[in-house]
Design a protein around this ligand. Structure first.
Ligand SMILES: Cc1ncc(COP(=O)(O)O)c(C=O)c1O
Length: 505
């Protein structure tokens, strides 16, 4: 190609990734129609598909990256059909696994819009309106759970990241020296954190990633409700201070990942105040239940924390990913995360122009706030009070049903999590052999249930027992779905018991 011809192609550049408005409209309309069909048929579909990695790989293009591209509308058609046939649907009314919610449809539309405008919500100048929408959403979430609205906050990818950000803000605020400048090398005693064994594993990740080590986690004993024992917490802090260590952080859970247990958060806040420590509440799952009029005093005690992690992608039903950081002191995040590089040009030093890169770990950031903000506006506070309240009522109904059924043993019920197990009526739990068998049997029941596509539970281990665990963060689940569950499990469990039971048991 001649030099002039090359220049001409640049002058009339046609980038292969561009779509014309007409192409976009046609492909987009079709996609939206297909998604609407999925929403209309989700109840009739299996919750899950039981396919191996090999079977799934065989569905993808084989070989190396193709040299030439393909037509976007064809690609979208193909991948839509693949995803609809080969996915686990956490938006299915009978999905009660882990703490993964059904996604609000408005969030899907919001993501399309957010990606189309594509603001970089790291800097205000790159995302003026998007930054203001994020600030407003953060204030609304704080207000919804009774946390002060004048603090700081931002959206991150999820619960782990929200907890990490709060951890780092706490460490910056409470380290006895300038941790950002001098790091951990100055430590003449260990910087200790206090948490129960029911705390999510983000804490182990944080302690190893941020240079403290797992041994700097002091385990707070738990009571019969699986929540923190305050007397023991006092004593441990006293003992550690006497030894010359540096306690700096107490972690409370507003809904543990396993059973939904809530720590006595107001009591923990009082201990934190007494010893000048930071109280962080991991409310990734349960903090949003503090908006309910009948929320427990333990839960509403989160209003006294220094920071709270909340996951909109759990109980605001925001599509993945959306986690939220809330801190009481508006300066705490900037103290830990703000650097002003010379290559950022800010026309004015206007404090009201929030640059979110100064508040957390990320630099460039997407417009997660839009899907959260639109969900909040679509249903308002009362909409969430109703949906979260219904989820809890359904989980209680699950507990009541298995408790009243002679084939089941009910264990725990807190927030929207219920744990139980199948126990054949001719077996008496308690001896080591029977307990071991019951754990094996319930483990196998769970595997078979998930493979069946009829319903999806996960598990919890309580007192060494393997339990089935239903967690309802699903606005599509109805009473009929919950009522169907015992019989579905019983059918699989009876078949498995006949296959698995040792002859001499
Ligand atoms: C209490 C709690 N904290 C943290 C997390 C981690 O959240 P994510 O998976 O969004 O990172 C979870 C997840 O279930 C959780 O339940």
């Amino acid at each position: 190609m001649s030099h002039d011809a090359k220049k001409d192609t640049l002058r009339h550049r046609k980038a292969p990734i561009e779509m014309s408005p007409d192409e976009f409209r046609t492909a987009g309309h079709r996609l939206v129609d297909d998604i609407a069909r999925l929403l209309g048929s989700i109840r009739e579909r299996p919750v899950n598909v039981d396919e191996s990695p090999g079977e799934l790989c065989a569905l993808l293009p084989q070989g190396s990256l193709p040299d030439e591209g393909s037509e976007p509308s064809k690609l979208l058609e193909e991948v839509t059909s693949l995803l609809f046939q080969h996915s686990l649907f956490n938006g299915h009314p009978r999905f009660y696994g882990y703490i993964t919610s059904a996604a609000a449809p408005i969030g899907a539309l919001a993501d399309l819009l957010a990606a189309s405008v594509n603001p970089n919500v790291g800097g205000w100048q790159l995302s003026p309106l998007a930054s203001e929408i994020e600030k407003q959403s953060i204030r609304w979430i704080a207000d919804m759970i009774g946390f002060p609205t004048g603090g700081g906050g931002l959206f991150v990818s999820g619960g782990n990241m929200a907890n990490f950000v709060c951890f780092l803000a706490a460490r910056r605020a409470k380290a006895p020296w300038d941790i950002c400048r001098e790091g951990m090398t100055k430590a003449d005693g260990r910087m200790l954190v206090y948490a129960t064994n029911e705390t999510h594993t983000w804490i182990q990740k944080a302690m190893s990633l941020f240079g403290h080590g797992h041994e700097a986690i002091r385990t707070i004993p738990i009571d019969k409700n699986l929540s923190a024992d305050i007397e023991s917490l006092h004593k441990e802090i006293e003992d550690d201070r006497r030894r010359g260590d540096h306690p700096f952080l107490i972690i409370g859970s507003a809904g543990t990942v396993s059973t939904g247990a809530v720590d006595p958060l107001a009591d923990m806040a009082a201990v934190a105040r007494e010893y000048d420590l930071w109280l962080h509440v991991d409310g990734a799952y349960g903090a949003l239940a503090a908006c309910l009029p009948d929320a427990s005093a333990d839960l509403t005690g989160l209003s006294e924390a220094d920071s709270v992690a909340v996951d909109p992608h759990k109980w605001l039903y925001t599509p993945l990913e959306a986690g939220c950081v809330l801190v009481r002191d508006p300066a705490a995040l900037q103290n830990a995360f703000s650097y002003k590089p010379p290559y950022y040009h800010f026309a004015t030093e206007d404090e009201s122009r929030t640059n979110f890169y100064e508040y957390g770990l990320q630099n460039s950031r997407g417009f997660r706030a839009l899907k959260v903000w639109l969900g909040l506006r679509q249903v308002g506070r009362q909409g969430y009070v109703k949906m979260i309240g219904d989820d809890i009522r359904l989980a209680k109904e699950m507990y009541r049903l298995v408790d009243a059924d002679a084939d089941f043993e009910a264990f725990t019920q807190s927030l929207s999590i219920t744990t139980f197990r199948y126990v054949p009526q001719d077996l008496t739990p308690g001896t080591e052999r029977v307990e071991r068998y019951l754990s094996e049997l319930n483990n196998a029941v769970l595997t078979r249930l998930k493979a069946s596509g009829e319903s999806f539970l996960s598990n919890a281990i309580v007192d060494g027992k393997f339990l089935l665990r239903g967690c309802i963060v699903n606005f599509r689940t109805s009473l009929e779905d919950i009522e169907a569950l015992p019989d579905i499990i019983r059918r699989h469990a009876q078949a498995l018991d006949a296959e698995m039971r040792p002859k001499d048991l």
